[in-house]
Design a protein around this ligand. Structure first.
Ligand SMILES: Cc1ncc(COP(=O)(O)O)c(C=O)c1O
Length: 381
C-alpha cells in the first residue's frame, strides 16, 4: 500500500462519506468515529461520576501536552483556550505600545486577527497592512513595512480566502532582525502539513482544532516561546491563568509563570475530550503523508479546472499553497448551493468556491466535483 493509499484508508472512520462528498475541511473537519466516541465518553463520565473535576483538569493537561507535541513545543509553552481569538486577545492585552507602537499584519489575515489588532489602536497601537498583489504577498512587501518601531508582525500561515501560504520563515528573519516578535495564525495550516515552531522560529502560534485537526468548536491554543511568557502580563485574564488556581485568592493578580497565564476561565471540557481525539487521529493517519496525499488530489483538481476553462485563485506552485484550493466563480454562493444539491459540500469566500480536501478524500471525490463543475460551467469565472 502506498503512503497515500494508507492515508485514505482512514475514510471508513468518517461516516459522512456514506451520504455526501465532503470537501469543506477548511470550515470544519468531518466527524470521525473516535471524536464522536470522545463526546460520548464526556457524557458518560459526567453521568457516572457527577463532577470529576480532577480528571477533567487532567484532560486539559493532556490537551496541552498533545498540542505541544504536535507543534514541537513544551507543555509549559501552551495555553489551552476556547478559541484562537481568546489566546490572541490575551496576548494583545500584554503589549505596551509606547516604545514600539507598530503592528504589521498581512492582508490575508482572518477577520478576528485584524479586528483584535485594530482594537489595540484604542490603547495606542498603529496597525499597518501588508498588501497582496495577484493573490500573493512576497517577503519584500513585509520588508517595506517592518521597522524599528514594530513590536509585532502578525501573519497567517495559509490565507482562508485564497489558500496562499505566506513566506513565514523569511518574515521571521526580517522581523527578528528589527527587534519585532512574530505571531503565526496556523489555523488553516495545522494538520495539513507538519508545523514545527522551532524550525519556523516564530514567537507565538495560535490555532484551533475544528478544521484539519478533526475536532470541534470550543477549543483553541496559544503557544508562546519558552522564556517569553514571564515578560508578558495579560490584563485580559481569569482564574485559570493564576499561579495557583485553587488558592482562590481575590486580593492580587499573580499570573502563572508559564503560558497558562494566557488562559481565562473554566476550560472547555467537552471540546477538550474531542480535541484530544481529533489530534490523536490525524497524528496516527500521519500529517506529512496527508500533505503528500492532498497535494496529489489538488493537482488533479487544478488540472481538471484548467480543462474546464475555469480559473484557480490559489497559487499554482504546491509549496505556495495550503490544503485549500479556490476556484473563481461568477456567483460563488450560487455555485456552493448547486454543488450542495449534487451532494457535494463546499464553501465560498471572497467570490471564490473553496474546495479543501483532507486525508479522508479520494480521487473519486475530486472527479465528482469536477463533473459537477462541468454541469455548472456557467458559474465558473
Ligand atoms: C485563519 C483562521 N484564523 C482563525 C479562525 C477562527 O478563530 P477562532 O477560533 O477565534 O474562531 C479561522 C476559522 O475559520 C481561520 O480560518
Amino acid at each position: 500500500m502506498s503512503a497515500t493509499e494508507s492515508v485514505a484508508a482512514c475514510r471508513e472512520r468518517f461516516p459522512i462519506f456514506e451520504r455526501l462528498v465532503y470537501l469543506n475541511s477548511c470550515s470544519q473537519g468531518a466527524l470521525s468515529d473516535s471524536v464522536r466516541a470522545a463526546y460520548e465518553a464526556y457524557l458518560t463520565d459526567w453521568y457516572d461520576k457527577g463532577a470529576p473535576w480532577e480528571y477533567w483538569i487532567e484532560r486539559a493537561e493532556t490537551a496541552r501536552s498533545t498540542f505541544a507535541r504536535l507543534v514541537g513545543g513544551e507543555p509549559d509553552e501552551v495555553a489551552v483556550t476556547t478559541s484562537l481569538s481568546a489566546g490572541v486577545s490575551a496576548l494583545a492585552s500584554t503589549f505596551d505600545w509606547n516604545e514600539r507602537p507598530r503592528v504589521v499584519i498581512s492582508d490575508f489575515e482572518f477577520p478576528t486577527v485584524g479586528q483584535i489588532w485594530h482594537a489595540q489602536e484604542l490603547r495606542g497601537a498603529e496597525v499597518v497592512h501588508v498588501p497582496q498583489s495577484d493573490g500573493v504577498i512576497p517577503v519584500e512587501r513585509f520588508d517595506e513595512l517592518i521597522d524599528e518601531r514594530t513590536a509585532l508582525v502578525s501573519l497567517t500561515a495559509v490565507c482562508y480566502r485564497n489558500g496562499a501560504r505566506l513566506p513565514v520563515e523569511e518574515v521571521v528573519e526580517l522581523a527578528h532582525s528589527r527587534g519585532a516578535l512574530v505571531l503565526l495564525d496556523a489555523y488553516q495550516a495545522i494538520g495539513t502539513y507538519p508545523i514545527d515552531v522551532q524550525v519556523l522560529g516564530i514567537d507565538f502560534l495560535g490555532a484551533g482544532v475544528l478544521k484539519y485537526l478533526l475536532a470541534s468548536a470550543g477549543l483553541g491554543f496559544l503557544w508562546c516561546r519558552g522564556g517569553l511568557s514571564e515578560q508578558l502580563l495579560p490584563t485580559q485574564t481569569g482564574w485559570f491563568a493564576d499561579r495557583n488556581i485553587f488558592e482562590m485568592d481575590i486580593h492580587d493578580y499573580s499570573p502563572s509563570p508559564t503560558a497558562r497565564r494566557f488562559e481565562s476561565g473554566t476550560p472547555p471540557i467537552p471540546a477538550i475530550y474531542a480535541g484530544i481525539a481529533g489530534i490523536k487521529l490525524i497524528s496516527e493517519i500521519g500529517i506529512a503523508a496527508t500533505r503528500e496525499h492532498v497535494t496529489g488530489l489538488n493537482e488533479r483538481l487544478i488540472a481538471g479546472v484548467d480543462e474546464l476553462g475555469g480559473s484557480v485563485a490559489t497559487p499554482r506552485e504546491s509549496e505556495q499553497r495550503g490544503a485549500l484550493v479556490c476556484i473563481r466563480s461568477t456567483d460563488a454562493p450560487a455555485l456552493v448551493r448547486a454543488l450542495a444539491a449534487d451532494g457535494i459540500v463546499t464553501s465560498d469566500r471572497d467570490g471564490n468556491l473553496r474546495i479543501s480536501a483532507h486525508a479522508y478524500n479520494v480521487e473519486s471525490d475530486i472527479d465528482a466535483v469536477l463533473a459537477a463543475l462541468a454541469r455548472h460551467r456557467s458559474l465558473l469565472a
